[in-house]
Design a binder for this molecule. Structure first.
Ligand code: AQP
Length: 332
């Protein structure tokens, strides 16, 4: 199948309110692909079901995530923005790929190990086969690049292995995708435990800066961020809290670590924390204003969901039909 342009695909789960980790590691990198790639950005609501969700909250966050895609700069005319459960081909291909993914491969996934430990009362099969559904998401669109945060690299690599295995048996079925991990911001850490990733489902709201937090809340959270007993702002091994804050400051200002160290030489951590809070709040203010504008018109969001689902379903059906034919499933 000839493609007009290479394809970019990525997704975000509506499993919690989006964080600056989701923004810096993923969403803010998406608009750069709009000109030269055919872009699919998905709200992966089926993935969110691997952890128990409150139905009304899942519904609300599905609308919000789509609105945030646009508020963060994704033009719905240049990108296909859609909700995973609106395109049934995702679930269908996921089952097929389950049959080409090995138990041992899934057992090695870091996210499965971490989430099983976190949700010991609900280690369901979906949590285990999550990477097959993610592989289906990606492979349905003959994706070339997958812009993701560092934590998703292992899943994209498994997707590549499964696609290669399938192609070895049934040549020329899938494009083999490349994970694209941004140079900076690929792993934003928790403000409370800066050795751990900032997670949208963290039960401690002070550990996480949400995209929709107001200015005062953002500044207060950074003021309380865990650092160390030194006072100088410098990037060094073991200074996880400060390294994380410097990374966030660098992402929002474009300054490198040497410039940040020079800017805060002789000033204490409290000055620096305030500055990180201010640049974050300044950067998020226009996103929040646009988000509020979009959310005031739910019908518009629903129209976009329908348009996105139609566009995505056409591409997805092409790949799924090809897969079924190759496997010997009877098409009627
Ligand atoms: N802290 C982070 N730093 C950089 N990138 C991140 N991403 C997530 N957290 C960070 C990237 O955001 C995209 C979407 O993430 P996701 O919805 O798959 O998962 P999540 O935000 O990590 O949250 P979960 O899985 O709902 O639950 P928890 O909170 O328990 O982990 C991806 O590109 C991801 O890399």
């Amino acid at each position: 199948m000839q493609k007009e342009k290479p394809v970019s695909f990525s997704g975000i789960q509506p499993s919690g309110n989006l964080t600056i980790g989701n923004y810096l590691g993923a969403i803010r990198n998406f608009p750069a692909y709009s000109e030269n790639y055919k872009c699919f950005y998905c709200v992966v609501d089926l993935h969110a079901l691997t952890v128990r969700q409150v139905p009304a909250e899942l519904r609300r966050r599905t609308y919000e995530t789509l609105a945030l895609y646009i508020a963060c700069g994704l033009d719905p005319e240049k990108n296909t923005l859609f909700v995973q459960s609106h395109v049934p081909a995702h679930s269908e291909l996921a089952w097929i790929l389950d049959c080409f993914t090995m138990f041992g491969e899934l057992s090695r996934m870091t996210q499965f190990k971490e989430k099983s430990a976190k949700h010991a009362d609900n280690i369901n099969a979906g949590l285990f086969t999550y990477p097959s559904l993610m592989a289906a998401d990606i492979l349905l669109y003959q994706t070339d690049v997958v812009p993701v945060g560092d934590d998703q690299k292992q899943h994209v690599e498994l997707c590549r292995d499964v696609a290669q295995r399938f192609n070895n048996l049934y040549p020329d079925t899938f494009t083999i995708p490349e994970p694209i991990i941004s140079q900076s911001g690929a792993r934003i850490k928790s403000l409370a435990e800066p050795t751990r990733k900032m997670d949208k489902s963290d039960p401690n709201p002070n550990a996480v800066v949400y995209l929709l937090d107001d200015r005062d809340t953002i500044i207060r959270k950074f003021k309380r961020a865990v650092t160390d007993s030194e006072t100088s702002v410098r990037y060094a091994p073991g200074k996880d809290g400060i390294n994380n804050l410097m990374t966030i400051y660098s992402c929002f200002t474009g300054k490198d670590f040497a410039a940040i160290e020079a800017e805060f030489a002789g000033r204490g951590y409290s000055d620096f924390k305030l500055a990180v809070g201010e640049v974050t709040a300044d950067a998020l203010a226009p996103v929040q204003a646009e988000f509020r504008r979009l959310m005031a018109d739910k019908t518009y969001i629903e129209d976009l969901m329908r348009k996105g689902a139609r566009e995505a379903a056409i591409c997805a059906a092409r790949t799924l039909t090809k897969v079924k034919k190759k496997l010997g499933l009877v098409l009627i």
